[in-house]
Design a binder for this molecule. Sequence first.
Ligand code: AMP
Length: 397
Amino acid sequence: MIQFTDYNFAGHKVLVRVDYNVPLNDQFEITDDTRMRATVPTISKILEDGGSAILMSHLGRPKGGPEDKFSLRHLVNHLGKLLGRPVFFAEDCIGEKARLTANKLKPGEILLLENLRFYKEEEKGDEGFAKKLASLGDVYVNDAFGTAHRAHASTAIIAKYFSPDRRMFGLLMEGEVKSAEHVLHHSQKPFVAIIGGAKVSDKILILENLLDKATDIIIGGGMAYTFMKATGGNIGNSLCEQDRIDTASDLLKKAAEKNVCIHLPPDSVIADKFDANANDSTSPSNNIPEGWMGLDIGENACEQFSNVIRKSKTILWNGPMGVFEMKKFQHGTKAVAIAVADSTQHGAFSLVGGGDSVAAVNQFGFADKVSYVSTGGGAMLEYFEGKELPGIAAMKG
Ligand code: AMP
C-alpha cells in the first residue's frame, strides 16, 4: 500500500474519511475534540502540498434522515480554528449540493460534507452510495480508525472505486495500525495485557486471543469478580455474570496450559453500595462480606500488578481497574497508570485503548507518558480479538 507521507497531493481533490463522532452538549458545543485534533496532521499535509480536502464523517446515531442535532454543521467553526483556515460546508454528502461545492474547491481549501448517516445506505455498505461519494474526489484517504471495524460505504466499500495508487491510510490511521500491529505481532517479551472494565462478556474474545500472545494477563475491574467466583471465592454483592463463570474457569485452565500467568487482584477496596459516598473498607477479593461489593483493586493488588508491569517490555491496557469515575475508587487505576508510565520511560512499548482506559489516562494526566493512546475503542478491541477490520482490509485490497 502506498504511504501517505510519500504522496504529493498537489492538484488533487482528496476525499478523507475522518471520525468526527464527537460529543456535543445541549448548545451543540464540542465537549471533547480529541478525534478532530487527531486528524489535523493528515489534513494539513494535504493542504500544504497544494491539494484540497473533502472531509466526510458520521456523527451520532441519526435514524436515517437529516436531524439538526446530528448535523456536522456544528463542527465547522471549531474545525476552522484547529486548521487555521476557513472550512466550507455542504448540506448534503452526495448529490448536486455536494458535487457543486466539491467542484469549486481550490488547492488549499477544505470542505466538510454533511453527516453520512443521514443516508441509511452508509451503514448498509451500499455500493451505489459509495460510488456517489467516491465521485467527489480523485484520491481516497481513510483516517477513521474509530470506524475501521465497520463495513460501511465510506469506510470500506468506497475503497474499490479508487485504484491502489489512489487510496491510502492517513497519518492517524497509519499510527494506530502500526502500534496495534507492533503489539500483536512484534511484541518484545515479557508482554503484559491489562484488561479491566465492567464485563467479562465484553472482553472474553480479546482475552482468548491474547492467550497466544501475552506472557502475563492482569485482570481488574468489575470483571475480576466473575473470575474470583470461578475460583470458588465469596464475592459478596460484587459484579458477577453468572452465565460467564464457566467461561472464566475455562479461560483460567487454558492459560495454565499455555503458561500464561493470569493475575487477579488479591485484595479489593469494597463498598456498601455503588455510590461515590458509600462506606468503604478493604478485603481479600475472594472473601468479600455479603452486602459489600468490590469497586477497586486493593493495595496489595496495586503492588503486585505494578511489579508485573514494571518488568514488562510490551504493555496493552484496555479497561479501568475500578470505578475510577468516583474518587474513592480510582486509586487502583491510577497506580496502574503510574506503573505503565514508569515502564514506558524505561523502554517498554505501551498501548492504551478502549474508551474508559483512555478517559482514565487523560483524567490522570498520563496520556503523554505512554507510547500510544488509541482513538478507536470498538475497533481496537476487535483488532486484538484477532478479527480483520473491514476498513483496513479494503485498503489492502
Ligand atoms: P468497560 O466499558 O467494560 O471497559 O467498563 C468500564 C466501566 O467499568 C467503568 O465505567 C467503570 O466504572 C466500571 N467498573 C470498573 N470496575 C468496576 C467494579 N469493580 N464494579 C463495577 N463497575 C466497575
